[in-house]
Each structure stands twice: as structure tokens, then as C-alpha cells.
Design a protein around this ligand. Structure first.
Ligand code: UDP
Ligand code: MG
Length: 318
């Protein structure tokens, strides 16, 4: 018998959990009957401030053989919730799934067969298009994925969801990556292995609201770039060289003009503009350096990525 653990990160999702369970259990029953797969749901309450914790515990007490849970001491973010799930998954196959039903449970069977019958290590999903999303958000998301691919050289898929099934080998490899700044969309292509992609139409959230604001997404994007690429630092040096060459050309121009025409010194407004412009660029670049240094500082502290308040696992040693 094969076993499956489904990690479900939840942040303020009191209204979505029961609905999610009712839907997903249909597919899990089918998987058990047709393919002899035993499944477990692992809910991770990422420090919700609403009644999520109690809703999960209530559900778990009614279905203790199929539901496990972990409750964080505060909100640590979805990546931390996923990591907690990975660390506790003992199954052969592990799935990551949102609780808002934007990840269709019907795909689980196809994912499972992709790994078991077709020999893939991972079956991942992506949206066919970004219908129903604000235009400005889609625009920036496309630019972000383009930049990420160029910067990292990794095949980071546009529109990829976190919804995926991975085998044990892949999960163990993922757990060997010890960094705190975890950008899953990059970590998966980085560890490699054979991935099959399934595409599906974008589905609107069933209940509750998205936890991502525009600025949260911008910082998430910056974290991703810093985690996977040193190219911004190289770009900074290239800009420095460019400006040096430019100033060299200007110096030659000024000397030649002086020799030929004997020009008196003039043009302080343009000088002020140039000084302001270059000092602006310098501050910006110091900021780029600072961002990397801040990340190095975070990594060296080696703080745990999450703190567990309580869980259904009797002995918790993470
Ligand atoms: N989530 C989480 N921690 C957070 C934010 C979100 O665990 O800090 C969970 C959330 O409850 C949901 C999943 O991550 O199950 C995806 O979140 P959301 O639907 O807000 O993201 P979107 O689908 O809009 O990208
Ligand atoms: Mg969602």
C-alpha cells in the first residue's frame, strides 16, 4: 500500500476548512478504493488570529486517523508552513495544497499516476492563464518570472502553483537545503528531478480572501531574486564601469573644448543635475548591497523558520 500526505497551510481560513475537507475526501476515498493509497491530511495553522485552530482541532478529533495538525505560535508565512509540513511528512508521496479550493482535488489521481506509472519524480501544476486577476498584478507577475528566469538560468515556470506531488527522494533532497530564505518556486527547479506539468484553468477562491497584498508580493519577488541570483551585484559593478567611462569621455571633451575654444568655466546647473543623478544612483546601489547583507545577516542568525505551539504529533522535536 502506498501512502500520501497532503500538507495544507492555513492562515485565517476558518470558513474554508470544512468545505475543503468535504471536497478533498471524495478524491482521497477514490484513491484508496481504486489504487489502494492511504492518505493523511496535515493542516498547518500558520498563526491564524481567527478560529482556524479550533476548526482544525475539531475536524481532527472527528477523523483522528486521517488528520494531523501543527499550530504555529504566530504567523511565519506560507513557506514556513510548508517546511513544517515537509519535516513531518513520513509518506512516500507528499502533496502541497491550498485550503481555498483553488487547487482542484480531482487532479490528485492524475498526479499520483504520473509518478507511479509514468516514472516522474514530481507532478506540478500551473494555470493556463491569469483570467480573473487584476491586470496590473498579471503584468508585474510576468515581468517577475521573466527576470527570474534570466537571472537564475532556472526554468521557473510562469503561473506555476505550489500545488504539486513529490516523491520521497525529492522531499528528502528539499529538506537538505538549509537556507532560511526559502523560495519554493526556485528550490524545486534547483534540486532538479523529472517534473510533469499539468495545466488547468484559473479557479477563483471559494471563500475568504487572498492573503497577498501587492507589496507583500513585491517583497516576495525581491526575496526570490536575492535567494537565487548575484546578478544585481554584478549589474552594480557594470554600472560603475559605465559611469567611469562616461566621465572619462566628458573630461576629454572639456579639455579639448578648452584648448580649441578657450571656453570659460560655465554650466553649474548641469553640474548640480549630474551630481544629484549620480549620488541617487549610488544610494540605490548601496541599497542593493544592503539588501544582500541583510539576507546574509538573517541566514547567519540561524533562527528556526517557525515555532510550533502545539500539534497532533505527540513528541515534537523540531
Ligand atoms: N497562507 C499561509 N500563510 C500566510 C499566507 C497564506 O499559510 O501567511 C496559506 C493560505 O491559508 C492558503 C495558501 O497559503 O491556504 C495560499 O494563500 P492565498 O490563497 O492567500 O494565496 P493566493 O492563492 O492568492 O496566491
Ligand atoms: Mg488562494
Amino acid at each position: 500500500m502506498n501512502d500520501l500526505t497532503i500538507i495544507v497551510p492555513c492562515f485565517n481560513e476558518e470558513n474554508s476548512i470544512q468545505n475543503f475537507y468535504n471536497e478533498v475526501i471524495k478524491t482521497l476515498t477514490k484513491l484508496s478504493e481504486k489504487h489502494n493509497v492511504s492518505s493523511k491530511l496535515l493542516f498547518v495553522d500558520d498563526g491564524s488570529t481567527d478560529n482556524t485552530e479550533n476548526v482544525i482541532k475539531e475536524l481532527a478529533s472527528n477523523h483522528s486517523e486521517t488528520i494531523d495538525y501543527i499550530v504555529f505560535s504566530r504567523n511565519f508565512g506560507k513557506e514556513a508552513a510548508l517546511l513544517a509540513g515537509y519535516k513531518h511528512s513520513k509518506a512516500q508521496y507528499t502533496v502541497i495544497m491550498d485550503v481555498d479550493l483553488q487547487d482542484p482535488p480531482e487532479l490528485l489521481e492524475e498526479m499520483y499516476l504520473g509518478i507511479v506509472n509514468e516514472g516522474y519524480d514530481c507532478v506540478a501544476t500551473k494555470r493556463k492563464d491569469r483570467k480573473g486577476e487584476p491586470i496590473i498584478r498579471s503584468f508585474f507577475a510576468r515581468i517577475f518570472y521573466y527576470i527570474m528566469r534570466k537571472f537564475t538560468g532556472l526554468p521557473i515556470a510562469d503561473g506555476a502553483r505550489d500545488f504539486r506531488m513529490i516523491n520521497r527522494l525529492m522531499l528528502d533532497s528539499l529538506l537538505e537545503l538549509r537556507e532560511s530564505n526559502r523560495f519554493s518556486k526556485g528550490l524545486f527547479p534547483w534540486i532538479g528531478f523529472k517534473t510533469k506539468w499539468l495545466e488547468y484553468d484559473n479557479i477563483e477562491r471559494s471563500r475568504g480572501s487572498s492573503k497577498w497584498s501587492f507589496f507583500k508580493l513585491v517583497f516576495y519577488a525581491l526575496d526570490g531574486i536575492v535567494a537565487f541570483s548575484s546578478l544585481p551585484l554584478i549589474a552594480v559593478s557594470l554600472f560603475g564601469i559605465l559611469f567611469m567611462l562616461l566621465s572619462l569621455a566628458m573630461i576629454i571633451l572639456v579639455i579639448v573644448r578648452k584648448i580649441l575654444y578657450g571656453d570659460p568655466v560655465s554650466g553649474w546647473p548641469s553640474l548640480v543635475c549630474i551630481i544629484l543623478f549620480t549620488s541617487g544612483i549610488q544610494y540605490f546601489f548601496i541599497g542593493v548591497l544592503g539588501f544582500y547583507i541583510a539576507k546574509i545577516y538573517d541566514e547567519t542568525k540561524q533562527r528556526p523558520q517557525f515555532i510550533v505551539k502545539n500539534s497532533s504529533f505527540t513528541k515534537d522535536n523540531i
